[in-house]
Each structure stands twice: as C-alpha cells, then as structure tokens.
Design a protein around this ligand. Structure first.
Ligand code: SAM
Length: 216
C-alpha cells in the first residue's frame, strides 16, 4: 500500500481505518499476498492468527489450505467485507473467525501454530507496530511459526519524501522482534515485488519477509 505521510491525522488510527474501508468498495486486490503463499505453503496447517487482515484474502487463502484462522483487524468495515468475500468464495463456516481487535491495546488470548502479519503498517502517528509484533511472537505455540511480511521502503514510482521514511528491512525486523533463545529464523529476506504505479505503469517496491520458528 501507499503510506502517504500527508494523510490527515483527524481521528484515531482506528477511526481512520474504519473510514477508509467504509468509503471505498475494495482497497486491496482480493488476491492473497504472494509472499504469504510462497512461505506458508510448506507449513503444515493448524491454527493461525492473522493480524490486520484487511479485506481477508490471506485468511481466505489460509483457510483453503486447511488452516483454522482467527483473522483480526481494527476496522469493523474491513471485517464485514472480508466475511462477505469468504462467504462468496465458499469458505466453510467456522474455518475463519473474524474478530475486531485494536492490537495496540488488546490481543487475542492463546497460542497458535502460525501468527501472520502482512503489511501491518499504518500512516497514523499513534500506531506503534513494534510492540504488536513482539506480542505476536509470544502468541506462537512451540513448534509454530511467526510470519511477518512488510514494506521495506517506498515504491520505485514514489515521489521522494512522500512516504514514511522508516520501514525496517528484514534484518531490522528480526532485530525489533527481540526473539531471544528458543527461536530459529528460517527466512529473513529483502525482496523486490513487482507492482503497478498509480498510472498503471510497471513499477516495483522493496518488501521484506521474516519467517521464524519457535523451537521451545
Ligand atoms: C496496510 S493494511 C494491510 C491489510 C492486509 N493485511 C493486506 O495485506 O492487504 C494494514 C491493516 O492493519 C489494520 N490495522 C491498523 N491498525 C491496527 C490495529 N491497531 N489493530 C488491528 N489492526 C490494525 C488496518 O485496518 C489495515 O487493514
């Protein structure tokens, strides 16, 4: 997504996301994120927690692979669209639970075989991503995985200075997770993802992916 820094800061982070989803038909592509598909395909399905599920394409993909998913987002409007997409696509009832959480102040109880966050970013100043990702690591069951897919910089077509300057790369993401012992970082990779710019012209953006397994 484009993290425009000149977004207005009226309202809380939650209110801004609510409004964004409520006022547009579909923000994202409807397809699962390619990096999720690549890195979650080899994992044995179990229970999954998704953080910031948006319109639900990743959760729907995970459910299709056999995962039982708790998909969370701060925006009710996103969750209702996501649930409608899942129903349209014939995902069996019960495979995905859609639940509203402001992860900055509240986090689902329990542990999961996979905890995944795709582009859990916000342009809002109050959004503190690092503590949420550290809390996410604590929600991984022994033997389970944490998958964090992120933007790592501005897209190639971006006007200089128009985007948040601080997107951690893969190494910095591993660092901010503060995993300590009992973890193996299986993948920490900076990648260039092809995309189209606003005018439809081919472009690309730097992303990163971290996949870590909790061993104990
Ligand atoms: C850039 S979007 C990514 C959506 C989706 N994962 C995807 O890849 O298309 C970030 C998502 O995080 C959600 N979000 C932002 N702040 C949040 C918070 N405090 N708690 C839970 N979700 C939050 C937003 O509503 C939005 O759906």
């Amino acid at each position: 997504m484009a993290h425009q820094h000149d977004h207005e800061q009226h309202g809380t982070n939650a209110e801004q996301w609510e409004q964004r989803y409520a006022t547009s038909d579909r923000i994202w592509s409807g397809n699962p994120n390619a990096l999720l598909v690549e890195h979650a395909t080899p994992l044995a399905p179990g229970t999954a927690l998704e953080l910031g599920c948006g319109e639900g394409a990743d959760a729907i993909w995970l459910a299709r692979q056999g995962w039982t998913v708790l998909a969370t987002d701060v925006a009710h409007a996103a969750l209702s669209k996501a649930a409608a997409h899942a129903a349209d696509e014939g995902v069996p009832a019960g495979a995905i639970s859609w639940a509203r959480y402001d992860l900055a102040t509240d986090f689902p109880a329990g542990t999961f075989d996979l905890v995944t966050a795709s582009y859990l970013h916000s342009w809002h100043q109050e959004f503190a991503r690092e503590p949420i990702l550290r809390r996410a690591a604590q929600a991984v069951a022994p033997g389970g995985h944490l998958l964090v897919i992120s933007h790592a910089g501005a897209p190639a077509h971006a006007e200089p200075g128009k985007y948040f300057p601080e997107f951690p790369d893969a190494a910095a993401t591993v660092g901010l997770l503060e995993l300590g012992g009992g973890w193996v970082v299986e993948v920490a990779a900076d990648v260039t993802v092809p995309m189209r710019g606003p005018d439809g012209a081919p472009s690309s953006r730097p992303d990163c992916i971290v996949l870590a397994r909790r061993t104990g």
